[in-house]
Design a protein around this ligand. Structure first.
Ligand code: GLY
Length: 555
């Protein structure tokens, strides 16, 4: 009898703990109000965070064609509440099988400008459609006919484009004009559309319907696949049906680290995000940042970033193709060694770490969303077609704008990509290989709080997420993480980049006395979408970056 009472007590106790572990609200933060609404539609229909993630990803492909889409890929970091499991869905694009290491070099061995950025040859094999199907089938509850419905509706009925769409269409006008299908959909009479323009995407709606009906085969086989391959090849690309047949989603263990009692979970290779974040945080964990003055703090953060990005360039690539020293890079003792090389009174010259290369930096692209459902399932997803409007190329009659993710490979050792990032052999082009990414969808957990965050922004993604983590560690809320002034160092070019207004003059003067050089980015950057579940106070908060046009909602 005593035993039975004990068993009942244990059962009641564990149920109470479990319900205390459930958030009082669901939340979604994404780069577009219609995408956030699509996610909530799924939750309202009994779907979970993973169904919502499928709906949000597909909706973003329609309403934010600047940043992501069916022609691209991404990383979906999932937390499955029922077994407390965290998984990274790797839907990164991969190089076509006909790709070669020197495919973007001329006969003199020099990189041909734009060849890896504009047009069909710059496009890698998309992973996003396969990821939608994979997540829906393996983790969701709703059929694709339901989770793709909002995206199909938005594509058919159209929606009014915002200022950012117009700005980026102007920025990528030349590339879009090179593709008749893209120009017809995204421009008006060969010009940037006027404010109030309603973007209708009939072909894209049909492609989405094919996926809703046939799953993976709706994109990677049959009529759509045929149009994709023919369209790419007619425009000078190298895709084959075999590329589409062989594309596979990979479930990976995320990278985990710990910073001042906070468990950090982020993207594994082929993203560099998790490794660089953990390495930089490990370096910083040796200092009592809060006790230091603002200049010392910034100096140390910059020096830690420099070393993290240096290792990114030296070591990282697709772990399925090259051996990566992951254990070393995320090791606290390794970080302690790097810390020894940091002087508090002087900036290290990046050239002292390795040879210098030239300066180039990219802009706004990619997208991120965060989701928490009432069961405690979470999604942090960063998706991309790389540059704004990807390659600018759309295979006729598909509605699918293709990525230019091939530019994320190191096309030549030491040659910077569009974000000024350099890389070595580990990230050289190989057939079927996934290119190194900076996308860093991230979860943070301490005893009382759970955070879900991430942002677009090319090479600056990792430093933005880092600043968000340090702000979480200070106890601040998501509204603060997404609004922080941003600065960045990526080893090469050897300058501290900062967004307009991101570093005041006094700070710059003090830091330049230690040898730092600066470059102001002439606008703000990033579009962070974040959620906080404060378990202790049973509160859920969400925030969308004030720099963007997104929407964060708690329900
Ligand atoms: N294309 C941007 C990234 O993957 O980092």
């Amino acid at each position: 009898m005593k035993k039975l009472y004990y068993l009942i007590f244990i059962l009641l106790f564990s149920t109470a703990v479990q319900s205390a572990e459930k958030p009082p609200h669901a939340a979604i933060a994404s780069a577009h109000p219609l995408a956030t609404a699509a996610g909530f539609e799924m939750l309202d229909q009994g779907g979970n965070a993973f169904d919502a993630a499928v709906a949000v990803s597909a909706a973003l492909a329609v309403v934010e064609p600047v940043g992501s889409g069916l022609g691209g890929g991404g990383f979906w970091l999932l937390h499955q509440a029922k077994d407390n499991r965290q998984i990274m869905i790797d839907g990164r694009e991969r190089a076509p099988l006909a790709a070669t290491r020197d495919m973007y070099l001329d006969s003199q061995g020099k990189a041909v400008p734009k060849l890896s950025i504009d047009g069909a040859l710059s496009a890698a094999i998309p992973g996003l459609p396969a990821a939608l199907v994979h997540i829906a089938e393996k983790r969701g509850r709703l059929p694709l006919s339901k989770s793709l419905a909002p995206a199909i509706r938005y594509a058919k009925e159209g929606f009014e484009v915002g200022a950012r769409y117009r700005l980026m269409a102007g920025f990528r006008l030349k590339a879009l004009l090179n593709s008749n299908a893209a120009a017809k959909v995204f421009l008006a009479g060969g010009k940037v559309v006027l404010p109030g323009f309603k973007l209708v995407q009939k072909d894209l709606a049909e492609t989405l319907e094919a996926i809703a009906l046939h799953g993976r085969e709706g994109f990677y086989a049959g009529k759509v696949a045929d149009k994709l391959v023919k369209g790419v090849r007619a425009a000078g690309g190298i895709w084959t049906q075999q590329d589409l047949d062989e594309y596979k989603i990979i479930e990976r263990e995320p990278i985990q680290g710990e910073y001042r009692g906070i468990k950090v979970t982020s993207a594994a290779p082929p993203s560099s995000g998790g490794i660089v974040l953990v390495e930089v945080l490990n370096i910083l964990s040796g200092y009592d940042l809060e006790k230091l003055g603002e200049i010392d703090q910034k100096h140390l953060i910059i020096e830690a970033m420099r070393r993290g990005y240096h290792d990114r360039a030296r070591y990282l690539g697709d772990a399925d193709f090259v051996e990566l020293p992951i254990e070393q890079l995320v090791d606290k003792y390794y970080a302690a060694g790097l810390r020894e090389s940091i002087r508090i009174d002087r900036a290290t010259k990046s050239a002292a770490l390795a040879a210098a290369v030239s300066d180039k930096a990219g802009g706004e692209d990619t997208t991120h969303f965060s989701i928490l459902d009432r069961e405690g399932n979470r999604v942090a997803a960063t998706l991309s077609i790389n540059y704004p409007f990807g390659s600018g190329f759309m295979p006729p009659d598909t509605g699918v704008i293709l990525n230019d993710e091939m530019d994320d490979f190191s096309k030549k050792a030491g040659e910077p990509n569009i974000y000024g990032l350099v890389g070595g052999k580990a990230n050289a082009i190989e057939p079927g290989k996934r290119m190194l990414s900076s996308m860093s969808p991230t979860f943070l957990e301490d005893e009382e709080r759970v955070a879900i965050l991430g942002t677009p922004g090319g090479s600056r993604i990792i430093s933005m997420v880092l600043l968000g983590i340090l702000d979480f560690a200070k106890g601040n809320d998501p509204g603060s993480w997404v609004s922080l002034p941003r600065f960045h160092h990526q080893y090469q070019p050897d300058v501290v980049q900062y967004e307009k207004g991101g570093l005041d003059e006094k700070t710059q003067t003090a830091l330049s006395e230690r040898g730092h050089l600066f470059k102001e980015i002439n606008r703000s950057y990033g579009n962070m979408q974040a959620i906080l579940w404060d378990k202790k106070h049973s509160v859920v908060e969400a925030a969308s970056d004030p720099r963007g046009e997104g929407n964060a909602q708690v329900d």
